[in-house]
Design a protein around this ligand. Structure first.
Ligand code: HEC
Length: 190
């Protein structure tokens, strides 16, 4: 082969002129096509920059925090009352109550490991809508009440609180003895 002057040779190393493999060429062409589309999309058509994308993602995280862990700033006894009184809203918490709360508070909220939720005695707060939402959301870590804020959406927590309130005073059989302070008229927010 070294006699063939078509090829360069140096120190016995011969340079050939083989065609590039088809798969390689196609990969190469595809990168060119990709680069073309990419350029059009991001430089001309105004696609989002990395900074924009970061901003959008951070915004989404903030939104998620707002709807699950943090209490929304507009939450008040009145806003909750409006929410809770929507037709069918309280019942919408029933399934979640059975699945997540009944094991500790009893099927009828009569109390088991956790306190009775339908008597007028409250350990945390005075049994207002805000109080109940808060204790469900934040839990009572050292007393065995799990925080549900990281697990449930605000809507779900509201539905649970509304369901508990809808059962107030039902006096279920086998009720656990009172725990906490008695509160008269606890839903009047006093
Ligand atoms: C692992 C057991 C457990 C589970 C599950 C549980 N709780 Fe509790 N809960 C408790 C205990 C224990 C307390 C009492 C905390 C204390 O003594 O401070 C409590 C307290 C409460 C209180 C405050 C009662 C008061 O008198 O102030 C509310 C409201 C409540 N739980 C609602 C719920 C809801 C709603 C769920 C379901 C999403 C739930 N709990 C799931 C154990 C539990």
């Amino acid at each position: 082969m070294s006699e063939d002057k078509k090829y360069h040779e140096y120190d016995g190393i011969v340079e050939h002129d083989n065609p590039l493999p088809t798969w390689w060429l196609w990969t190469f062409f595809l990168t060119i096509i990709f680069a073309f589309i990419y350029f059009i999309h991001y430089e001309i058509a105004g696609g989002p920059t990395l900074q924009d994308e970061l901003k959008i993602s951070l915004g989404e995280i903030e939104k998620m925090k707002g709807s699950s862990v943090k209490s929304s700033p507009t939450e008040s006894e009145d806003s909750l009352a409006g929410e809770f009184n929507k037709p069918g809203f309280a019942e919408s918490g029933a399934a979640a109550y059975v699945a997540k709360c009944a094991a500790c508070h009893g099927q009828d909220m009569q109390g088991l490991i956790g306190p009775n939720l339908v008597d007028k005695f409250w350990i945390h707060g005075k049994g207002t809508r805000l109080d109940i939402v808060k204790v469900i959301r934040d839990g009572v870590a050292d007393k065995g009440m799990p925080p549900w804020g990281p697990v449930l959406k605000n809507e779900e927590i509201y539905a649970l609180a509304a369901y508990i309130i809808s059962k107030k005073g039902t006096n279920p059989p086998g009720a656990k003895p009172a725990q906490g302070e008695p509160v008269e008229n606890y839903l009047e927010g006093k």
